[in-house]
Design a protein around this ligand. Sequence first.
Ligand code: NPQ
Ligand code: MG
Length: 369
Amino acid sequence: MSRIRNLDLRLIALPLVRPFRTSFGEDTTKDAILLRLETDVAEGWGECVAGPEPGYSEEFNEEAWITLRDHIAPRILDSDISSEELADALAGVRGHPMAKATVEMALLDAELRAAGRSLAEHLGAERDRVACGVSVGITSTVEELLRQVEGYVSEGYQRIKLKIEPGTDVERVRAVREANPDMLLSVDANAAYAPEDVDVFRALDELELLMIEQPLFYEDLLQHAKLQREIRTPLCLDESIRSAADAAAAIELGACRIVNIKQGRVGGLLEAKRVHDVGLSAGVPVWCGGMLETGIGRAANLALAGLPGFTLPGDTSASRRYFREDLTDPFVLDEDGTMAVPAGPGLGVVPHADRVERATVRLERLGKN
Ligand code: NPQ
Ligand code: MG
């Protein structure tokens, strides 16, 4: 048992190689909280997947910071709580899955580093390379979209996902489909549509899509189940699935036939594994989502994506998809569209101190130091 001695909370800003636009907003930098956790025997890193605005979910950086500093840190500092015990120790903090997941990642990294074991091995990963896809933001023109898609296809990505919103959907997706007849292609609406938009989904249903991700309001499983009965294309839920219990409910209701798993959205890697287990036992394919993570969170995603139920290419893109210079050594896409699962102890990556310093906007040290 080792004692958690201190926590460094850090807000970083890392320029994106191109703006990323979704139905809920546009980002030109990746603004995220990094956590460095120090125990008696090891250090560990965690990355929070929240962004600057509560656009994807309720969580956002400033509130996650306060939650981590004022409600999570006091429950674990100077304790010997393990990653297995963390959820119980944080039971008094309701919600805030992204903030909780940040600490869990850092604690797992420290524990596994001390034990000399990889996160992938700990979670039960069974492969050392994973199939990768890429998420393409909403562009100003069809031409620009086609150009970006062509670039990613030539890099080897095995699946292209297009962000859509009302008014920028069927025509765009059809153009990409016509230019790429055999490509695994999906769309993600980030909850921007209403049940009345069913004709949009009937039109998309003609384009042989792998899936339609989170078309409707995130709290509405019933309407997703109704929409799924109207179309052949599998629905995939992202924002709606916050736990293994949500996944079980969505699957039983017929609200989706595929599940996107993001460790941050479900409160951590251990719950993400349980969501995976629900999918695996129900015969529902799962895949690893992405939140524009730096190399720290990217390493965690790749470890998770090595589990056997992850049978579809993830949003586990290469570092260069997002950053000119990642905080860690870059994750690189192989020509066959796969990436290596990190094999070293813990997350298997450590951020470069100088790059972290340069990206830091704010730093607060918690604990005795
Ligand atoms: C999704 N990600 O699947 C998310 C949405 C998303 C890769 O499509 C800052 C932080 C900006 C997190 C933009 C992808 C973001 C973000 C989009 C997540 O729905
Ligand atoms: Mg999504």
